[in-house]
Design a protein around this ligand. Structure first.
Ligand SMILES: [Zn+2]
Length: 163
């Protein structure tokens, strides 16, 4: 009984953060909305991980530049590089288990999430048109910091800083 209870708690906790479909009915829609708006918000844990890595790598950046399309989470003016740190569920990471659609109220979630995907795509297109390079770091990529550091390194090694 205890074991089952623990497992339910774990599933619920994961579900809150990653949108696993199995817990779709365990929290009220209002509660879920509140959680999601938090996840969608700025200064999330994955974002803080990326910021701290970039900082330690000696990269200088600005945060949440509202003057740029899509308000990129990190902007590196010297490299003309933007980084978005996206939650896998909220921004629908392709082929990621964390992006599973909730099994209930799908009519509510699907258009909402698709709107995000379209908005992300449009923002990235607009940034590229303005001469920026865009990298998306997904929440699940922030779980392994060594790999993440290599990925960030590659992003900056492959481009020359502007004069
Ligand atoms: Zn993911």
């Amino acid at each position: 009984m205890l074991q089952i209870g623990l497992r339910c708690t774990a599933v619920l906790t994961c579900g809150i953060f990653f949108g696993f479909p199995m817990c779709a009915d365990t929290i009220t829609p209002e509660h879920r909305s509140r959680i999601m708006s938090k996840i969608k918000g700025k200064n999330t844990k994955p974002e803080m991980i990326v910021r701290s890595l970039c900082h330690r790598m000696g990269l200088r950046f600005r945060l949440h530049s509202r003057d740029l399309p899509g308000t990129p989470d990190l902007v590196f003016p010297k490299h003309r590089q933007c980084i978005f740190v996206h939650g896998c569920f909220w921004h629908q990471h392709p082929n990621c288990k964390r992006a599973s659609m909730p099994s209930s109220r799908i009519e509510f979630w699907q258009p909402k999430l698709m709107k995000n995907v379209v908005r992300d795509f449009e923002a990235q297109q607009a940034l590229v048109a303005l001469g920026w390079s865009v990298t998306v770091i997904w929440e699940c990529q922030t779980k392994n910091r060594d790999t993440l550091r290599d990925d960030i390194q590659k992003t900056f090694n492959t481009k020359k800083p502007s004069p």
